[in-house]
Each structure stands twice: as structure tokens, then as C-alpha cells.
Design a protein around this ligand. Structure first.
Ligand code: IVH
Length: 781
């Protein structure tokens, strides 16, 4: 056997295997780019050795064989593949072959339709008398799978055609795909539920469409785009674009990017213009497709093996490539999180050399099952940081070694601590979510200290002008600064000693630090860098609790009363303020003249949200849902009363099961003390409750009914309603003599008229804002 023959057999076996995985299992083992390379190598060898071509060569057929789980469908007209153009010359050659194959007037540019090449999977839809009768996959081009039930769940596939005049038998062909956003959302949901995530939108679309359970398909964000026709009982138009436009009239989705080009230069211009927009398109494309527009010309050109002579795919650079994982390094972030970063053998992905890729966290490493020395699939989608998507297990060398988290921080040498993450879902069940690794060095760790200070001084935090990353590095490396509080002790002489500073610049830096001494409370909280506390959460904390002191000692359960603060964030906040060194830094900041502004009372909105029945419900006692909580609140009105309640009383208020559960729950001293502590703290913060209704008492607008009508400019009507309710008012939809005030914006009609007629107070938006401002405690921003 010649060496060429051996290689041909090798390539065929490998391609067959990849095809099987790609088409049958929906689990590609290599990226398309690698597959294309092997395919081209085989094609070239076969071209040089035509006698070695066999009918079963992958070059002689379209794809894998059909799966047996769905019934089989024979395509009356085979579903073909497309030849590929990689370089501009390939396209020019294609156009020359087309021109030569046609009897067109010489020198006359051929008309081509231009469409994006969607990266999904080919589907045939059969409409009989305008009704969707059958959906099928391409399969091997001749025989596909019947996926009728599944295609029916795809939202943009019409179940019956619109309008009239369609052929009695009409088979349309197109691509089922998943948008980038749909893919991200699906993967996030899958990961959350501990399910399988997909390597890319194409796999997600294929995996979703070929579900034996069509309910799963229905839950997936699949889309269809029509690009051609198959079997028809009667011709539609005399051009490809004409056909598509007609199909669109009948309700089938076609590409919004469909264009007509005259000759190859216009095709190339299309290729480049779509290429520039590739990242901003809502879906992934792997190239563009050019088709001779005239149907008669298509017929004249015909087919070569299983590809049309009248169409070609012009491919974009692949977004996925194979490379080797040389090692894994660990980076330390602001909160001490130790995260793995892949060091790769440099590889060009979509035109950019990639040498590092994110691995997110150790759970991701475990999920991927990646080892150092592995060949991995790297994906660079758009402007996103390159990611390691998959391991090619077949290529794992014997020398591969597992990835290990260092026991000590690579920056400061402190111990790395492993925390098991427990994630609570809405119900009562708990789901373990893996582990995080953190360097315990905190501000003693230069990496964390630098990141903490960079964050502390940033524009949206303390906003210290002129304190760039490089300066922070110097301040830490020279030992001038050991915590954010040390910034407020810096002298001009010390700054002068740093690289790049002179008289004026050092004076300016000290002045900028000085000028940051009076941040809003929200900015100050944000600047502290509490894990999971972003700007919005910081604003919520400042606004609701109104003082650093209250925020600092709030119990986690008390914090969960705040909008958008769940138990995990609440725990992080509580934990942060418990830590000795955090308390020290905060104390030093205050000592050194940092004075968070606008501190004041507990906010009325928070007070109104803090109901006793809410607390009872939050305790998550079995069988005690919101309904039972409400009854308990009305009957007992305090945790102490609930703890002391006698059995009969309990039984008369809630079900026996709930009463027993309550007893058992409060019998646990730790639980009882915790609940009492929360109640005591809420009272201490200014709450006084016995039931939901009574918390309104004492609020400035208690007992008043307000009506909002017309449009408001500075806020939505819902927001205005919320604000009024937080102040104790009832907001109603209709005006009566009992109405206290009507707020009328532009467009107000009958309600305003009625208010005037009844002599009810009427305010405009400006007056409302003034009133709210007067009644609401100051709000931090
Ligand atoms: S035309 C005879 N147009 O690419 C022509 N195909 O390798 C058959 N594809 O199986 C295909 N977008 O899954 C055509 N606008 C488009 C396409 C497209 C994506 C896929 C399709 C086909 C494969 C061809």
C-alpha cells in the first residue's frame, strides 16, 4: 500500500468518526475548522489519486447516517451540501466556472443572491395545501429523521401558510438555529440547574431540535430561517430571490440580510460588510452563501457530485480552534478569589492570537475535566474573552497532569481556603454549587490590596482623581499603603518619592485624596468592596438603612427585607462587617476624616416592607407559608408571643401540621435566639409592629387616599405609587369625596374634572416631587 493510500484510509476513518459524533451524537469532537482541514487533505489526496476514490469516502457523501430513534424520511430531492470558498481567489474561480458554464453574453456579470450562512442545522418543512405536514432533518442528504413534532414547537415556523397561491406541495428548506442571546440564557439556566451546557449555539440548536421529548424542544429558544425550496408541485418564481420573497409573503421567515450582487466583486463587498458586522449580529454565522439568482441558469449549471455548481459558501475565519493547554496559573482577585487561567500554546482564532483563556473557576475545570497537556477547543466569540470549551479526550497524552489548586496564594503565600458554596433556590431545597477558593491574606495579600485600592478610588466609588493603577501598584509595592485607610495619611513628600511625580502632581494627588473625604453613604459602601455588593446594592443599603452604623450591624435576615438582597448577598455583607480587619479599616477611615454623608433615619419604604408576617415567612418553618404567617402575625404579633403561645392557641390559628412544626422549630434554642435577635434588631432600628396593616400607622400619609392620573415625566406612575405607599398612603384608581389628593399630569381627563368638581386637592408633578422630598428622609446616591 502506498503512503498516500494509508493516509487516505486513516483520514476517512477519522472523518467518519467525526461525522458520526457531529451528525448522530450532536457532540462534535473537533471544531469545524479542524474537520475542514482533514476534509481538504483527503480531497487533495483523492484528486491526486483518482483511482483510490470509493463511493463510501466522506468526500462522496453529505454527512452522517440517520438516527434510528426518529422514524426515517426520504428526501424526494436530496438535501445537498455546499462547496466552500476560503480565499477571495476561490470565489473568483467559482464565478469563472459559473460564467463558463452558462451561455450568458460574455462580459456580463452574473447575478448572485447573497445570504448569511447561519450556523445551525438544515431542516426540510413540507407544506401540503398550505398546512405544515412534516419536518425533517437532513440526515445523510437522502434519508433524514422525522422531527415533525419538534419543528412545530419552533415559534417562527408557520403551521399554515398565509395568503394564497402556494403550490399544493411545497417543501421549504432552511436552517434551525439559536441566537447568541438565547444560547447564553439557555446555558446559564442549564448550569444553574446542574444540567449539561452546550459548547456553542449550533450544538445547542442541534441538541434541542433532536430531542425525543418535544416539550424540551419547546422550551428552547429555537428559530428558523428559510433559504430555499425542495420539492414543489409548481414553480414559484424565476429567480432564487423571487422564490424567497414569495415564501416570505406566505409567512416564512427569510434572512433580513438577503441581497442581490452583480458579479464577484459585489459578492466580495457583501462578504466584507457582513464580516464587519459579524459580532453584532444576533446569531452566529460561519460565512455567507452566494447562489446564482436565475433559476434557469441554476438548472443549466446542475450539480457536481453532491454539490450544486451554482452555489458556494464563502467561509469566515473559524471562531473555534484546537490548541494545547500548557499550564494553568492562578490569579487572585479583589475578594481573594483564586481563579484558574489557562496558558495556551498560542493559536490564531478568528484572526487574533490567543495565548490565555479564562477557566472561570475550579468547578468549570472539573466540569470540563481538563488536564494540563490536553488538546482543548478554544472559542473566541465576538469581543468576549477566549474560553476553553471542551477537551478532545482522544488526544490526551499519557503525560497529562490534573489541575491542582495551590494550597498557598501565589502572590502572598497565605493559605488558600476552600469554601463550599451552598446555593438556596426559592423553595426550601438546597443545592450545592461547588466550591470557591480564597486566599485568606486579604489586605496583607498584595494582589488583593492592589485590587481593593483600585476599586476603592475608582470613579464610581470614592472617585479619587489621578490615582491610576500604576500609582496604586507603586504605593503598595513601596509599602506606603497597607489599606485604603492609609491613603488618607499620605504626605506630599512621600508621593514626591514615587516614580513620575513632581511638585505640582504630588500636590494635586494629595488634594484629590483630600477632596474625597465626604462621599455619599452609598459610594462609601460600594467603595468598601464587599463581595457581591455592586453600586445598586450599595444604594439600596444606604437608602433603606440610612446609616453606616446600622448597615454594619444589620443581621443577614434583616438585610433580606431589602429589595434585591437575597440570602447569599446578605450573608456576605454580614460576614464582611464581622471581620476584625474590615472593622479596623473602617474605623481608621473614619478617624482619618472620611465622613460618609447623608446619614439619617431608617427609610419609610423599608419600614413599610418590614412586616411581622414577612418575618414569620422568612423563617422558612415547614408548613408555614405566607397565608399561615399572616394569621400568626394577626394573632400573636411578636416572636416572643409566638414562642410563648400555648398549643390550643396555635391550633386555632393554623393547621395541626404547621402548629407542630412551629413548636419544633422554636424548641431549637439557636433558631429561637436568632429569630428573637432579628425581631429585636428591627425594633431597635425603629420598627414597631404587630401586623402588616399597623406598620402603616405613624407614616406621614397614613389614612390618606391618593389618585394618580395623566402622565408623569420624572418617574413612572408605578414608581410614584410605590413612593406614596411607602409613606403610608393608599393609592386608588378612582376619585371620590374621600380622596385626599389627585396628582394630575398632562393628559389627565375625567378624574381631574371629578376632583375639581368635588373640591379635592389637585397637584401637578412638581408639587408631588416637592411633597415627596419633604416627607421622605434624605436619599443617598
Ligand atoms: S443553501 C444546495 N443557504 O450550510 C444548497 N445553506 O453546507 C443547499 N446553510 O446544509 C444549502 N445557511 O445547513 C444554504 N443561506 C444558506 C445557508 C445554508 C446555512 C447551511 C445548511 C447547509 C449547509 C451547506
Amino acid at each position: 500500500m502506498t503512503t498516500a493510500h494509508t493516509r487516505i484510509l486513516e483520514l476517512r476513518a477519522e472523518l467518519d468518526e467525526h461525522n458520526y459524533r457531529y451528525y448522530v451524537l450532536d457532540e462534535p469532537s473537533v471544531p469545524d475548522a479542524e474537520y475542514d482541514r482533514l476534509f481538504r487533505e483527503l480531497q487533495a489526496l483523492e484528486t491526486d489519486n483518482p483511482t483510490l476514490i470509493t463511493v463510501d469516502s466522506p468526500t462522496q457523501r453529505v454527512g452522517g447516517s440517520a438516527q434510528t430513534a426518529f422514524s426515517q424520511v426520504r428526501h424526494e430531492i436530496p438535501m445537498l451540501s455546499l462547496g466552500n470558498a476560503f480565499a477571495e481567489t476561490d470565489l473568483v474561480d467559482f464565478d469563472r466556472r459559473v460564467t463558463e458554464g452558462l451561455d450568458a453574453a460574455p462580459g456580463k456579470a452574473v447575478e448572485y443572491s447573497c445570504e448569511p450562512k447561519l450556523d445551525g442545522l438544515a431542516v426540510s418543512l413540507l407544506y401540503v395545501d398550505g398546512q405544515l405536514q412534516r419536518g425533517a432533518t437532513r440526515g445523510d442528504g437522502t434519508t433524514g429523521e422525522d422531527i415533525s413534532t419538534n419543528v412545530r414547537t419552533v415559534r417562527n415556523i408557520p403551521l399554515k401558510l398565509k395568503g394564497s397561491g402556494w403550490p399544493a406541495t411545497l417543501e421549504v428548506r432552511g436552517e434551525v438555529f439559536m441566537s447568541k442571546a438565547g444560547f447564553e440564557k439557555l446555558n446559564a439556566a442549564q448550569a444553574e440547574a446542574g444540567g449539561k451546557t452546550f459548547a456553542n449555539p449550533r450544538n445547542a440548536a442541534a441538541g434541542s431540535l433532536r430531542q425525543l421529548d418535544s416539550r424540551i424542544t419547546a422550551s428552547r429558544p429555537l428559530e428558523f430561517c428559510c433559504y430555499g425550496i425542495g420539492q414543489v408541485s409548481q414553480d414559484i418564481a424565476d429567480s432564487h430571490i423571487g422564490n424567497l420573497k414569495q415564501l416570505q409573503q406566505w409567512g416564512l421567515p427569510i434572512s433580513r440580510e438577503l441581497k442581490l450582487a452583480h458579479g464577484p466583486q459585489e459578492c466580495l463587498a457583501y462578504y466584507h460588510s457582513i464580516g464587519e458586522r459579524r459580532n453584532s449580529l444576533a446569531y452566529e454565522i460561519d460565512g455567507v452563501v452566494f447562489k446564482v439568482n436565475n433559476i434557469a441558469a441554476q438548472r443549466e449549471l446542475g450539480f457536481r457530485s453532491r454539490e450544486p455548481r451554482w452555489a458556494i459558501a464563502h467561509k469566515f475565519p473559524a471562531m473555534e480552534e484546537l490548541t494545547e493547554l500548557l499550564g494553568v496559573e492562578f490569579q487572585v482577585g479583589r475578594t481573594g478569589a483564586v481563579t484558574p487561567v489557562a496558558r495556551l500554546k498560542p493559536v490564531k482564532v478568528a484572526g487574533v492570537t490567543v495565548a490565555n483563556a479564562t477557566l472561570h473557576n475550579m468547578d468549570e475545570v472539573a466540569r470540563l475535566g481538563v488536564m494540563i497537556g490536553d488538546t482543548v477547543i478554544i472559542r473566541r466569540a465576538g469581543d468576549v474573552i477566549p474560553q476553553v470549551m471542551q477537551v478532545v479526550l482522544e488526544r490526551r497524552p499519557e503525560t497529562a497532569v490534573p489541575v491542582q489548586v495551590p494550597t498557598h496564594c501565589p502572590v502572598c503565600g497565605s493559605e488558600v481556603e476552600r469554601t463550599q458554596l451552598i446555593k438556596r433556590s426559592r423553595g426550601k431545597q438546597t443545592v450545592t454549587e461547588g466550591a470557591v477558593y480564597r486566599c485568606v491574606g486579604r489586605l496583607a495579600c498584595a494582589a488583593q490590596l492592589k485590587q481593593a485600592i483600585i476599586h476603592f478610588v475608582s470613579r464610581r466609588a470614592m472617585d479619587i482623581d489621578g490615582l491610576g493603577d500604576k500609582i496604586v501598584e507603586q504605593l503598595v509595592d513601596t509599602g506606603l499603603v497597607h489599606s485604603p485607610a492609609d491613603l488618607y495619611q499620605l504626605t506630599q513628600e512621600q508621593v514626591l518619592g514615587l516614580e513620575g511625580f513632581a511638585e505640582v502632581s504630588s500636590r494635586n494627588l494629595i488634594a484629590a485624596i483630600d477632596a474625597s473625604r465626604q462621599p455619599t453613604l452609598a459610594r462609601f459602601i460600594f467603595a468598601l468592596g464587599i463581595p457581591d455588593v455592586g453600586e445598586e446594592t450599595a444604594k439600596v443599603l444606604a437608602r433603606a438603612l440610612g446609616s453606616l452604623e446600622r448597615i454594619g450591624r444589620a443581621l443577614p435576615l434583616v438585610l433580606t427585607y431589602l429589595p434585591d438582597i437575597g440570602s447569599e448577598v446578605a450573608y456576605e455583607i454580614g460576614h464582611f462587617f464581622e471581620e476584625e480587619h474590615n472593622r479596623t479599616v473602617i474605623a481608621q477611615l473614619l478617624e482619618r476624616g472620611v465622613a460618609p454623608q447623608d446619614q439619617g433615619e431608617l427609610h419609610a419604604e423599608y419600614a413599610a416592607a418590614t412586616t411581622f408576617d414577612g418575618l414569620v415567612a422568612k423563617l422558612e418553618i415547614p408548613y408555614v407559608g405566607p397565608g399561615a404567617a399572616q394569621k400568626l402575625a394577626e394573632r400573636f404579633g411578636s416572636i416572643q408571643a409566638l414562642v410563648e403561645a400555648d398549643w390550643l392557641d396555635l391550633r386555632q390559628t393554623v393547621s395541626e401540621r404547621a402548629a407542630e412544626a412551629l413548636r419544633a422549630w422554636f424548641a431549637d434554642p439557636a433558631q429561637r435566639e436568632a429569630a428573637l435577635a432579628v425581631e429585636a434588631q428591627l425594633r431597635d432600628f425603629g420598627m414597631h409592629w404587630s401586623s402588616a396593616k399597623r406598620t402603616v400607622e405613624g407614616l406621614p400619609l397614613a389614612g390618606q387616599t391618593w389618585v394618580l392620573t395623566g402622565t408623569l415625566e420624572s418617574m413612572s406612575r408605578d414608581e410614584a405609587k410605590e413612593k406614596l405607599e411607602a409613606l403610608g398612603a393608599k393609592v386608588s384608581g378612582s376619585v371620590s369625596a374621600k380622596t385626599h389628593t389627585v396628582v394630575a399630569g398632562p393628559g389627565a381627563g375625567s378624574k381631574l374634572a371629578k376632583a375639581q368638581q368635588l373640591g379635592v386637592t389637585v397637584m401637578d408633578e412638581g408639587q408631588l416631587l416637592a411633597a415627596l422630598k419633604k416627607l421622605e428622609p434624605p436619599v443617598s446616591s
